[in-house]
Design a protein around this ligand. Structure first.
Ligand SMILES: [Zn+2]
Length: 197
């Protein structure tokens, strides 16, 4: 018996992987996914578990169809744009990709297909790069809690302009610095204390 072919996620032969019905899984440190790590708050211990499965079909009289199915999940942290506290955000990827030989065919099929992306078969695929691209696509444009722990119903109107501006511009600073007491929290406490009942 031959040993099953080992597939290298750093330079994956997608066609062979799909045809063999291959399976890969791993746990990639978030810090290795540079562009994603830079978009979220620093979390040196975070890891992204993922699986990649391949499958292949050869319809009669048609071109072979190579497919992979990528699944991954990770919780990252971003600054909530409503309350400016750190918000945990659960990202998950469940993406089916089909590969074809020809770029024009890929474009036409991709437009026609709703449930899978169609790409040109790469000579080698870096799974980590695909993983990172797909996770970045799931990042919210405006990160925020589903339910803010310290809601600030009318804060924006009450704040002096300079504080609002600092808050709006403060996102990059917040990602470099450890969490600090924020001026909104004190205001919230004050307003809560003032409420009758
Ligand atoms: Zn919030």
């Amino acid at each position: 018996m031959r040993a099953p072919k080992a597939f290298d996620p750093r330079r994956l032969d997608v066609a062979a992987f799909a045809k063999a019905g291959g399976h890969l899984d791993g746990c990639t440190p978030l810090r290795d996914l540079r562009r994603l790590a830079e978009a979220v708050l620093d979390d040196p211990a975070a890891e992204v578990p993922w699986t990649l499965d391949g499958n292949w079909r050869q319809p009669a009289g048609d071109e072979p169809q190579w497919r992979v199915h990528l699944k991954a999940a990770v919780t990252v942290h971003m600054t909530c744009q409503r309350c400016l506290e750190t918000a945990p955000l659960a990202l998950s990827v469940d993406r089916r990709l089909r590969f074809v030989m020809d770029e024009r065919e890929a474009e036409a099929l991709d437009e026609a297909s709703e449930d899978e992306d169609v790409l040109v078969l790469p000579s080698r695929l870096q799974v980590a790069q695909l993983l990172e691209d797909e996770l970045i696509l799931t990042l919210p444009i405006v990160p925020r809690h589903d339910l803010c722990p310290n809601p600030l119903p009318v804060a924006a109107d009450l704040l002096p302009a300079d504080v609002s501006d600092a808050a709006a511009a403060g996102e990059s600073a917040a990602s470099d610095d450890p969490p600090q007491a924020n001026p909104f929290a004190a205001l919230a406490a004050l307003k809560t204390a003032r409420k009758p009942g």
